[in-house]
Structures are given as C-alpha cells and as structure tokens.
Design a protein around this ligand. Structure first.
Ligand code: CA
Length: 230
C-alpha cells in the first residue's frame, strides 16, 4: 500500500505540481483547496501525511492543524506546513500547534520529498518495510506470515490486512469506517459490523494462550487500536 498524502493548497499551479511529483515518487495523492475541504477529506479517508499550506481561504492552515491535533483519529497524522519566507513567528506557532515540520516557499521539490521521507520514517517506520516488529508481534509482508512470541499465527487474508494496517499505526484508534476504507477499499460495500467480525477473528488468532495480553483495544464508540510497545 502506498502512503497517502493529502495536499492542502489553494494555488492550483502549486498543487498540480505537488500532485505530479508526489505521484511520481509513488505516493497516492488527495487534493484540497481550502481548510474546510481538507477537514472533510481527512474525515472521509485518513491520510498518512498532510502537506498543509499556511495561507488558506476559509479556515487557515494553522487552524486546520490545530483541529487535526484535537481529534483522536488524526492526532498522530504527520503534518508538514508550507509557509512563506520570513514568517518566523508563524513557523514557530505552526510547530507549537503540532506540525511535524515546515518548508519555506518557494522550495525545491527535492527538499520537500526529503522532508516527507524523513517524517514518514520517523513516525511510521513500518511503512516501507517488508518485516515489521511491534511488541511481541512480527508481520512478514513478503512471506505473508505472522508470529507472536515466535509462534506462527495463521490468519485469513482479511485478518492479515487488518493486522498489517494496525501494525503500521500502533496506538492509533481507527473507526470501523476508516478500517473499511483502509482494508476493504472504498469501492467495496461492506457493513460496518463486518469489521467487528474480522477484528474478533484476528483477536482469537492472536490470543491463543490464556496468558496472552490482548493487543487489540476496543475503544467504546470510537473503534479499535493496536496497543503494543513500539
Ligand atoms: Ca496559499
């Protein structure tokens, strides 16, 4: 699964350029041209990273950043802010509000690409790896195998994708709808409670011994998260 980047930028020429270059780098790209649209898109489909322009119509970039940080589902989504040269106090405010990094306009695409890679590596080390360890769990995406404390766990394809998704975002709470989008895809119509069934199967497969701590946490009226040491 390629990382999905949401670009929030009201200058069409720049957002087209960003989309072109990011897609060339192998990312999936969504575009929003103002803060309101950005918040709607994020609620529909959670991005892996947001590139957020400071100066936006309707809701400013800084306000979008603040709201994303307030919501449980988006609290940990990395944000890179685009700011104009010389707006030093803005940059500091941006970082205070919870942006992970900032890039000053005008910028070279190579610089932005490097920042994106650095932020994704730091925040989501599992994104591009074939094998990911979280706590006592190991998932091998090439061999399609899962182990817990060295013991092989057999999972169906859906449970495997669910676990893979959770392991890419440990500690983050996903709603049923977000899990449907990420694991089943948007084009497929599946009822939300199907998610509960598959999470139930995944749990059963992972917790084979009575002494096993359940790594999947049910968050009432919010969804599920994988709670393991990172
Ligand atoms: Ca702007």
């Amino acid at each position: 699964m390629s990382p999905r980047i949401l670009v929030v930028e009201d200058e069409d020429a720049l957002s087209t350029l960003l989309q072109y270059n990011l897609e060339k780098d192998g990312y999936e790209v969504d575009l929003a041209s103002d803060g309101e649209e950005a918040l709607t898109l994020v609620a529909e489909r959670l991005p892996d990273l947001v590139i957020l322009d400071w100066m936006l119509p309707k809701i400013s970039g800084i306000e979008v950043c603040r709201r994303l940080r307030q919501r449980t589902e988006t609290r940990n989504v990395p944000i890179i802010m685009l700011t104009a040269r010389g707006e030093e106090t803005d940059r500091i405010r941006g970082l205070d509000t919870g942006a992970d990094d900032y890039v000053i306009k005008p910028f070279a695409m190579t610089e932005l690409s490097a920042r994106i890679r650095a932020v994704l590596r730091r925040i989501r080390p599992g994104l591009s790896e074939d094998r990911v360890h979280r706590g006592d769990l190991i998932i091998d995406r090439v061999a399609h195998r899962v182990r817990r404390s060295g013991e092989e766990i057999h999972l169906g394809p859906t449970e495997f994708r669910l676990l893979d998704h959770f392991m890419q975002h440990p500690g983050r709470v996903f709603s049923r709808e977000q899990l449907l989008d990420a694991v089943w895809g948007r084009e497929v119509y599946v009822e939300a409670r199907t998610v509960d069934v598959h999470v139930g199967r995944l749990r059963k497969a992972l917790n084979r011994n009575d002494s096993d701590l359940d790594p999947i946490r049910t968050v009432r009226s919010a969804g599920y998260s994988l709670d393991v040491e990172q």
